[in-house]
Design a protein around this ligand. Structure first.
Ligand code: UDP
Length: 240
């Protein structure tokens, strides 16, 4: 719009791996600070932002399972890992002067509110950021699927998937194939049949069935979150 204000409600999915700042494990406060600054800017401009953060910088259930652990228990470890990312981001958002609530799908009253969708929407309407932690609270699901489900439940207009080290969806892995071609636009069906790396199939199917657009973009490039929120052509748009 002309007044420089952005409008609309978005679900931003942040790569957990990005939070580690390249170290693979744990949280790099400098990275979280930089991400918080970008989110604070778009919230000040008027966007309503809800967030889901991955947990790949702590534990992935499937990886622990391969190493002999029970899958459901290791998935719970994965979900608990995401909560640490949520608290780190909440802290830096509040330092930027943005009110922020964490809501978790596994109740832990000392650190976060429980997941209450109507209350989440109220927070957003008041200009607060809401971060959804602990995935969906269910083993065998991913934070991508959580992001799609939460986006639908809070009636977000798009799912903004911030990736770590890749600026969109390619026909093959650009890290190993120099001839990989990036898509500007993709249909949901193509993503599913070609098994393109947008999100897991459960998440993409949920978006397709409910016509929720997905924007895949590089999270750590400066200004990218604002570009995605403003609807600028960035990364890859997945839709019909
Ligand atoms: N997880 C889960 N249920 C959910 C969300 C996450 O069991 O609803 C677990 C799962 O083990 C997953 C881990 O939490 O591997 C971290 O989530 P994420 O989606 O980030 O895994 P990644 O995409 O990094 O492999």
């Amino acid at each position: 719009s002309d007044d420089g204000k952005v409008r609309g409600r978005f679900l931003l999915k942040l790569s957990g791996e990005a939070f580690s700042g390249g170290g693979g494990l744990g949280v790099d406060p400098d990275v979280v600070h930089a991400i918080a600054r970008e989110i604070a800017a778009v919230v000040r401009d008027g966007a309503q932002i809800a967030i889901v953060i991955g947990g790949g910088n702590f534990f992935r259930g499937a990886e622990l399972q391969v190493r002999g652990m029970d899958r459901a228990r290791s998935d719970y470890m994965g979900m608990l890992g995401t909560v640490m990312n949520c608290l780190a981001l909440q802290d830096f958002l509040e330092k930027e002067g943005v009110d922020c609530r964490v809501q978790t799908a596994i109740t832990m009253g000392q650190v976060a509110e429980p997941y209450i969708p109507l209350r989440a929407v109220r927070h957003l309407e008041k200009g607060r950021v809401v971060i959804f932690g602990a995935g969906m609270g269910m083993p065998y699901f991913s934070t991508d699927t959580t992001a799609a489900q939460r986006a639908l439940e809070i009636d977000a207009e798009a799912l903004l998937m911030g990736k770590n080290g890749v600026d969109g969806v390619y026909d093959s892995d650009p890290k190993t194939n120099p001839d990989a071609v990036k898509f500007d636009h993709l249909g949901y069906g193509e993503v599913i049949t070609r098994e393109l790396k947008v999100a897991d199939a459960t998440a993409v199917t949920l978006c397709r069935d409910n016509k929720l657009p997905i924007v895949v973009f590089e999270l750590l490039a400066e200004g990218n979150i604002a570009r995605a929120v403003k609807g600028e052509k960035i990364g890859t748009l997945v839709g019909d």
